[in-house]
Design a protein around this ligand. Sequence first.
Ligand SMILES: [Zn+2]
Length: 268
Amino acid sequence: MARYIDIHTHAFPDEVASTAIPALERSGNVKAYLDGTISDLLKSMDKAEIQASAVCLIATRPQQYKPILEWCESIRTPRIIPFPSVHPKDPHVLEHVQEIHTKGFKGIKLHPYYQDFFMDDPFLADFYQLVSELGLLLVIHCGYDIAYPRIRRSDPMKILDVVEQWPNLRLITTHLGGWDEWKDVRDLLTGKPIYMELSFALDFLDQIRLRDILLNHPKEYLLFGSDSPWADQATTLKMLGKLGLPDDLFQAITYENSARLLELCMLP
Ligand SMILES: [Zn+2]
């Protein structure tokens, strides 16, 4: 049986999902493929033969840290791997990062548009330092966001700036290193040891440019992500399959690399 890992999904507590999903659909001009609950995500995973999904949370206010963390603790299972969130401007951000690590979570998610920061802002220095010392994964939304004006907050140039300053930071860039920043992704990031996740790239880039980036990037640094519920997991996997990548690369992207990063027991 095929098995895959999705490094980038979202879900909401059951009581929040029914209002959050339509609100986000309107503000982001996107369509949800699921109802936003964990149970619907699991159904989608079963259908797509996905063994595990990382569920990324976003604290849009510092006060959301605690409820998000508690919810993350309540949903975690071998198949659901939550990435809690801190707010970068929270005065207690460093304590919170420490707590996330102590509680055994694998990573943290930040979103520069929803959290109003720029990726290379010097005020993030202590945060990056601590995340990198603790070895936590750090998923950051990269490139433009459909829901926001075109201000560059986390473009490939800023990514380079951050990884040069924190070479041990286990940064996972989303949307192939920068949504709708494809030329800079090719020129500045491709070929460098920077993790890139694939959501919202497969349907926005043509096959020639996609193959060019994927075949010229170190194989260990590419990860399958769907951004579910904002895309369908099975369809995203199918689009990746249609690129006709070498088998070992496809395996690395869809399973091995994420299994290694998430320290999942790799099935033989
Ligand atoms: Zn996302």
